[in-house]
Ligand binder design. Structure first.
Ligand code: 3H9
Length: 699
């Protein structure tokens, strides 16, 4: 079926794109648009053209699936040029989202009419590329250089009203978009085409200092990324060069982005995030339960943060605490969080009150009896969790979903204390729960398909990316964190300074070094956990020096001393001579001859430990896809998105290389912690990648 059709409406041609789900600019659409422009030019009965889309959105961009193979002619830059060069006025009729190449098509039209609810954006930077069909040249011309830098470097969706203010849209309508665009086109016949590319930029304001200041303002946010600098260079070119030369500059720049590994990694993340909701045994036909009211047990930082997610989307929440004082404190923290957002202009005062109005505090389990979903976020011990679930079982209504926010404990065991294990699962939120996008959805042995399906949908509804994990200690994320932390710590005992380990991992792109993270989490947490464990079950060489820090009062950031020193009120880690002395004593006690380590050695140890554990998780079926693991690490653990997550990173190294290096570590450090994952061995020997493995999985 043709993806582009033409309907003559009197002397106006209505060119309609119909390429579900998002009208991406696949080859047939590009060809269809190009043919339509030729047909409209040649048709003497036509005086103006409207380009509109069927379905839920205007064109949402180039077809990302085509990037892997390289698109066929006609290429998008040529098609948009053809539209701009039309001798008859062309009007874009925008609904939904005009994104990337879609907006570039609209910018090459001579006028733009949009629904008030529409949004426009140039999100290419998030895919590791840049608006390469004239977007970097035309958008600054029509919307101004500052707005172009904002939109192109953030990739954000700009609301129609703001875009109108920028001059990027000409008219907004509440409804009847196509009719309004046709009327606009009729009015434009006498004016003729107004070409974005022909607009002038007053270059005098935008000197080197202007762009350097902008670069500085985004440096933190874009650390390690390749495409943002290319985007800026293109906008500089738009200021300096005539359109034709600017377009040539843009074309060369997008070419560099396309061959850079970051674009492959970021595109992998785009699809990975959309794969997570494909679950074996769950489909559109699986029934869902209605979630109209949510109960949260525990009004601490975690419980309060979890509750906010639901209030944010208009779902009433009952927050339960054991004591009134703790409840009041929890509710006050929630209010403070909302007020902080209001102070930053993200919410209105009204919004704060509306959201707070959805909170109902209680100290009685009975008040949870009308909740459709109840999530416990209490202290992390099995005994307490079991007591909570026993109480819940007694009060929750039939069909209510009962969830634990445990980050580690066995959900099957928790479910077993209830008379309804099919209604139980894990919902592991990440702190701060109102901010972090990741949600691990833990499918227990007995979890019913409709319970899982409901929670997968719920994750999306509250703006989370929900990844399904199986029941194993630490699920996906924390299970992998353990060997990663072990290797970071062993590097310290073997000779690296803590700040060298952190600098190596930060340089790799992690949001924070592992030892800084330990200080933030509190060294006493792991210490207390280990007290309940058999020393034979963990690597004491990696933990004994931590124990000494805790025993000398260095519990981490909260007390101003941990692996690092912290000045009063400061969160900036400073190397500590006292800690270094303890580390050196521990190395000597263990008979380890300290040797300096390069950043590459540190990265290799930490990353290969992470990857090997990921491969075990995958091989055991605790994650459905390698790409799910990538989504967990990027969204929950500060892994750099531009490396595509640990499993994609492993693929980029080559699984054969990864496997051989892990085997060599097993020889050097002993097999106990470096036994290669059977799946890794299998894939490496077959010359395959984790991406190949994923292709065989569901979805
Ligand atoms: C570009 O334009 C480059 C040019 O400047 C230069 C070229 C020379 N392609 O997100 P959803 C699929 S770069 C292919 O769940 P929503 C998606 O995979 C592009 N497929 O829906 C999913 O498939 P499935 C710049 C795409 O309602 C289905 O559509 N544009 C594309 O939550 C539904 O997607 C962008 O980066 C695509 N471009 O959100 C926009 N887009 O059902 C990317 C979506 O099989 N897209 N799919 O899993 C989006 O941001 C969101 O999809 C959108 C809808 C907001 C449109």
């Amino acid at each position: 079926m043709a993806t582009v059709s033409i309907e003559n409406r009197g002397n106006i041609a209505l060119v309609l794109v119909d390429n579900p789900p998002v009208n991406a600019l696949s080859h047939s659409v590009r060809e269809g648009l190009s043919n339509a422009m030729k047909a409209c030019s040649n048709d003497d009965t036509i005086d103006a053209v409207v380009i509109a889309c069927q379905g839920r959105t205007f064109i949402a961009g180039a077809d990302i699936k085509e990037f892997a193979t390289g698109p066929k002619a006609p290429h998008l830059p040529e098609v948009v040029q053809e539209i701009e060069d039309m001798q008859k006025p062309v009007v874009a009729a925008i609904h939904g989202t005009a994104l990337g190449g879609g907006l570039e098509v609209a910018l090459s039209c001579h006028y733009r009419v949009a629904l008030e609810s529409a949004k426009i954006g140039l999100p290419e930077v998030k895919l590791g590329i840049l608006p390469g069909a004239g977007g970097t040249q035309r958008f600054p011309r029509i919307a101004g250089v500052e707005n172009a830098l904002d939109a192109i470097l953030s990739g954000r969706h700009v609301k129609a009203k703001q875009a109108l203010g920028w001059g990027a849209l000409d008219e907004l309508v509440a409804d009847d978009l196509v009719e309004a665009a046709i009327a606009f086109a009729k009015g434009a016949i006498s004016k003729g085409p107004r070409r974005t590319g022909a607009m002038e930029i007053d270059s005098s304001k935008y000197d080197q200092a202007f762009f350097d200041a902008f670069r500085k303002s985004i440096a933190r946010r874009t650390r390690g990324y390749f495409a943002p600098e290319k985007c800026i260079q293109c906008i500089e070119a738009a200021v300096r060069l005539p359109l034709k030369e600017g377009l040539a500059f843009e074309r060369a720049a997008i070419g560099e982005c396309f061959v850079h590994p970051q674009s492959r990694a970021l595109q992998h993340m785009f699809f990975a995030e959309r794969q997570v909701s494909r679950i074996p045994g769950i489909g559109k036909e699986t029934p869902r339960r209605e979630i109209k009211k949510v109960g949260i047990i525990g009004a601490g930082t975690m419980g309060g943060g979890i509750a906010m997610n639901f209030a944010n989307v208009g779902i009433p929440v009952t927050l339960l605490e054991i004591e009134q004082a703790a409840l009041d404190k929890g509710l006050a923290v929630v209010r403070k969080n909302y007020e902080r957002s209001a102070a930053k202009g993200k919410l209105s005062g009204d919004d704060v009150e509306k959201r707070m109005g959805l909170f109902n505090g209680t100290v009685s389990y009975d008040d949870l009896s009308d909740c459709d979903l109840i999530i416990e976020a209490v202290f992390e011990t099995m005994d307490i969790k079991k007591k909570v679930f026993t109480s819940l079982d007694a009060v929750a209504k039939d069909g209510a979903i009962l969830a634990s926010n445990t980050s580690y404990l066995n959900i099957d065991e928790i479910a077993a204390v209830t008379k309804r294990p099919t209604d139980v699962l894990g919902l592991h939120f990440f702190s701060p729960a109102n901010v972090m996008r990741l949600l691990e959805i833990v499918r227990a042995d007995a979890t019913a398909p409709d319970v899982l399906a409901t929670c997968v949908d719920m994750a999306k509804a509250i703006g989370k990316v929900g990844v399904v994990a199986g029941v194993c200690p630490g699920f996906i994320g924390n299970r992998m964190l353990s060997p990663y932390g072990r290797e970071a710590s062993l590097c310290v005992i073997e000779g690296a300074k803590p700040e060298e380990v952190d600098a190596a991992m930060y340089g790799f792109g992690m949001a924070m070094g592992p030892l800084t993270v330990s200080d933030m989490a509190g060294l006493d947490i792991g210490y207390l956990n280990r007290k309940g464990m058999d020393r034979a079950s963990y690597e004491t060489k990696a933990t004994d020096w931590y124990d000494r820090l805790v025993e000398s009062g260095r519990k981490g950031l909260k007390v101003g001393a941990g692996v690092y020193d912290y000045d009063e009120g400061s969160r900036t880690p400073k190397p500590s001579a006292e800690v270094m002395a303890i580390i050196e004593e521990e190395s000597a006690r263990l008979g380890v001859e300290r040797k300096p380590k390069t950043a590459d050695e540190i990265i290799e140890r930490c990353m290969l430990a992470l990857i090997n554990e990921g491969a075990k998780i995958l091989g055991e079926g605790m994650a459905y896809r390698a790409s799910d693991i990538d989504v967990v690490y990027v969204n929950g653990y500060g892994f750099p998105p531009y490396r595509g997550g640990p499993m994609h990173y492993a693929d980029s190294l080559g699984l054969k290389n990864v496997y051989e290096k892990i085997c060599s570590f097993a020889d050097e450090f002993g097999p106990r912690w470096w036994e290669p994952a059977p799946l890794l061995k299998e894939l490496a020997e077959a010359g395959q990648s984790f991406a190949d493995y994923d292709k065989k999985q569901v979805g």
